[in-house]
Design a protein around this ligand. Structure first.
Ligand SMILES: CC(C)(COP(=O)(O)OP(=O)(O)OC[C@H]1O[C@@H](n2cnc3c(N)ncnc32)[C@H](O)[C@@H]1OP(=O)(O)O)[C@@H](O)C(=O)NCCC(=O)NCCS
Length: 213
């Protein structure tokens, strides 16, 4: 299997929506908040991911299997938000309650879950510059092949070059990989009605190797 990496563009909105939907299909929060059988919900996901592809502070890295046609060629993605992004405004935490959640979506869960992630992100990082891993998703048939780790390391190398922290919110599936790559738990958030634990994590920058004499 030959995999290439490249940055995403606006033309990749359909492909990244497909990777997200496939990758998170077993995730208990995702199943309730973005039901796969709701066309409106899928359109909302595409709009959200597509907006990120246009945002100058967001960097999508894609893993591409060139032997596959069309959108299927994109097999994994990471969305990193660079330290150049302006600190989130206080009202940023309000977007889940202002969202028009489609029929079939558990709106109350979406408001609680994403509202908490936004609130905690601001609480944990404030205005400190950092690289933020907003999304890491690998198609299910590509799990365990090292793609998640390579997409994670892409951002961590930049965090180390910039001498800044990296921050993320870990799903239960993602937490073991992040701990292996140097992230430490800050706080966990248990969503009791779905028995799901999200963990807020950060990683300190690693010093650059000393230049040889
Ligand atoms: C979490 C996810 C991104 C991992 O991607 P992946 O490509 O399968 O992971 P990799 O193959 O790069 O694994 C790298 C290392 O982490 C370990 N690892 C990855 N997921 C693990 C898990 N759930 N439990 C234990 N170890 C895990 C691997 O064993 C590997 O270890 P090694 O470097 O010692 O060999 C992928 O499973 C996924 O997309 N899950 C669904 C969506 C999701 O929850 N994303 C995270 C959101 S925060």
């Amino acid at each position: 299997m030959s995999i290439q990496f490249r940055e995403g563009t606006e033309a990749d909105a359909g492909a990244v929506t497909s990777v997200f939907t496939d990758s998170f299909s077993d995730d208990a929060i995702n199943q309730r908040v973005f039901p796969a059988n709701s066309k409106q919900s899928q359109a909302n996901v595409r709009e959200w991911l597509g907006a990120g592809l246009k945002d100058p502070h967001s960097r999508y890295m894609l893993a591409i299997n060139d032997s596959l046609p069309g959108d299927d060629a994109v097999v994994a993605l990471a969305k990193w938000v660079a330290p150049s992004a302006p600190p989130k405004a206080p009202e940023a935490a309000d977007w889940p309650s202002k969202t028009d959640w489609p029929e079939g979506a558990d709106a109350a869960l979406g408001v609680e879950f994403f509202g908490t992630l936004e609130k905690k992100h601001k609480e944990h990082m404030g205005a400190r510059p950092h690289w933020y891993l907003e999304l890491l998703a690998v198609r299910k048939s590509y799990h365990g092949k090292g793609l998640g780790k390579q997409l994670l390391n892409w951002g961590l190398e930049r965090a180390d070059q910039d001498g800044v922290e990296a921050y993320l919110q870990a799903s239960p599936a993602g937490a073991p990989l992040y701990r292996k790559c140097g992230f430490e738990d800050i706080e966990s958030y248990h969503v009791s009605r779905v028995d799901y634990t999200e963990i807020f994590m950060k990683r300190q920058p690693r010093p650059k190797p000393a230049a040889s004499l």
